[in-house]
Design a protein around this ligand. Structure first.
Ligand SMILES: [Zn+2]
Length: 574
């Protein structure tokens, strides 16, 4: 955002569709989030902005929604040769900002439900979240508790009292012309989050975590008359949002990704947010700059947005480090700018250049009283803190003997944690239980998604899976068939016992049945039989596979193998 210059203040007034507009004013209160103007000059172009509001026409170069940029600027491709040596010469200085939607039943300052996903547009609104004049906000206690709990979980300092501030800017998704946020008294500050990376443990300082309200959602489309229109859906307007900002402590793209993953696991474990990146419940932005190794001063900072997955976070930052290094090596001067990540092209692109720092003219929110944070309230929240992800991973490793990998993929997914603990409580070995959870259960979740279906409740799933694993252990069903039964149960909810019965999947260990199947396979595969006799041991695997196929996977593989060897060793003609 740009301070109002004398010229702008004195810019000629201009009539647009009956509105009196001060040219240049939109630029003066332009937000850092939400606008992707090519430059301040574009944004200030008289009339361009107001068309959007008055006629619903969107000049493509001026208004673009965050994260949905359809007209990327020129790509910059880094020299691949730079990659290996970049971090020897330069140190990356990265700070991460995360916005996450808090898990509450109602919005931040009104009673509208936050359960608006899939709802018709503008069906979850009231005078408060529509920003109508005279409507007064009321603080959502649960939202405050989520931020305080997050603060306690990251060892942050909680002030004895806090207050709300108005962050002033104008944008069509912000009907009041200001966002209620927190400025110099955040609910939590000076925290810390530790996590594992491939190069060892890392701890990142957290500058602050504060509470604010979300904006409405803009949808840019073409109207029935073929004109471009911008539609506003206020369902999200006023939803509680927590912003968590790190110190510039992050040094690599991998650290940035691991930090975001750890934060997601933490937020889920304390129930503050579902923090699903793909559903926009957790939005990650990074400030990336480079400085020569050994230098103290920070380099020019570039803000990277539009990273919609953990993988994107890592790729985008890695790309940006190489891009900046290549520019610095070529003697170019970097500019302070905002760049978007283009997933398909694997590159960042310029969204807009920042010529000066933002000035939102924060001032205390007059419609809300300061909030006193009673120590008793904090003690109560502290006593309700669950086991945090780092402690849980450590317990899984030390008490259950899980590998670091298994512990890391299971912890952070509440259902996977419950499933694992249900299996272990049912006397299934920890390693076996972990294999089913990290291998099969998480695979099915990726394949089918996590529906809100009763039979998919982790406790119920655990009971079914425990009996299935028991059948595998006692040799009554093969592991392959057990996986198939589990998948059918996962998708249909039918009991595992019924699935086994209806498909006739009980394992055949009976010798005569197995021998008959073996004889048939040996008779029809003389070439493989000759191979085995000639000493090519791998051919026996083929024969076992054929018998398994003939018995629909029901034969006990070790019984089959023994029967084949017995037949061939006996030198019988087949
Ligand atoms: Zn409302």
């Amino acid at each position: 955002m740009h301070r109002l210059s004398r010229e702008r203040l004195q810019a000629p007034r201009r009539d647009e569709g009956g509105w009196r507009v001060v040219a240049g004013w939109p630029c003066a209160s332009w937000p850092s989030d939400g606008v992707a103007a090519e430059s301040a000059r574009d944004a200030a172009r008289p009339g361009a902005f107001w068309h959007t509001l008055v006629h619903g026409v969107r000049p493509a170069s001026v208004l673009r929604p965050p994260g949905r940029d359809r007209r990327p600027g020129p790509m910059t491709t880094a020299d691949p040769a730079v990659a290996s040596t970049v971090l020897e010469r330069y140190e990356a200085v990265i700070g991460i900002e995360v916005h996450c939607q808090l898990r509450t039943a109602s919005k931040m300052f009104c009673r509208c439900s936050t359960d608006y996903e899939g709802a018709p547009p503008n069906s979850h609104v009231c005078p408060v979240c529509l920003g109508l004049p005279g409507a007064l906000p009321v603080i959502n206690r649960r939202a405050v508790e989520h931020v305080l709990t997050t603060g306690l979980a990251i060892d942050a300092t909680i002030p004895p009292a806090t207050r709300w501030d108005r962050k002033n800017y104008f944008y069509p998704d912000l009907p009041k012309g200001y966002q209620i946020s927190q400025y110099d008294l955040p609910l939590a500050s000076s925290g810390r989050l530790a996590f594992e990376t491939s190069a060892g443990p890392v701890s990142v300082g957290i500058t602050r975590a504060h509470l604010e309200e979300d904006t409405a959602k803009l949808i840019h489309t073409t109207g029935s008359d073929g004109q471009k229109v911008s539609l506003v859906d206020f369902n999200r307007s006023g939803a509680p949002l927590m912003e968590i900002v790190t110190d510039p402590d992050v040094r690599t793209a991998e650290q940035a990704r691991r930090y975001a993953e750890e934060l997601q696991a933490l937020l889920r474990s304390i129930g503050a947010s579902d923090a699903d990146m793909e559903r926009g419940q957790m939005r990650v932005e990074a400030n990336v700059s480079l400085r020569p190794r050994g230098a103290e001063a920070f380099g020019t900072r570039v803000e990277v947005k539009n990273m919609n997955s953990f993988r994107s976070v890592e790729r985008a930052i890695a790309f940006e480090i190489e891009r900046q290094a290549a520019a610095l090596d070529a003697g170019e001067r970097l500019v302070q700018e905002t760049r978007g990540w283009h997933e398909d092209r694997g590159a960042t692109y310029r969204m807009r250049v920042k010529e000066s720092s933002d000035d939102y003219r924060y001032f205390p929110e007059p419609d809300l009283p300061p909030l006193h944070l009673d120590p008793g309230w904090l003690d109560e929240l502290r006593s309700r803190l669950p086991e945090l992800p780092a402690a849980r991973r450590e317990r899984y490793r030390s008490r259950f003997g899980l590998s670091a990998y298994d512990a890391s993929v299971i912890v952070g997914n509440r259902n996977a944690e419950t499933l694992l603990e249900t299996l272990i409580a049912a006397a299934i070995g920890a390693k076996e239980a972990a294999n089913w959870v990290s291998g099969e259960y998480l695979r099915l979740l990726r394949k089918y998604g996590e529906g809100d279906v009763p039979h998919l409740r982790a406790e119920d799933l655990g009971v079914e899976l425990a009996s299935l694993v028991g059948l595998v252990a006692s040799g009554q069903i093969t592991r392959t068939n057990a996986k198939e039964v589990f998948e059918t149960h996962f998708t249909s909810g039918e009991s595992t016992a019924a699935i086994i019965e209806s498909r006739g999947l009980r394992q055949i260990s009976d010798r005569s049945t197995v021998t008959a199947a073996v004889d048939a396979v040996l008779a029809s595969n003389p070439a493989a039989v000759a191979d085995v006799r000639a000493g090519r041991a791998q051919a026996i695997g083929f024969l076992v596979g054929q018998v398994m196929k003939a018995t629909r996977g029901q034969a006990n593989a070790s019984v089959v193998q023994a029967a084949i060897r017995e037949r061939l060793d006996a030198g019988e003609e087949v």
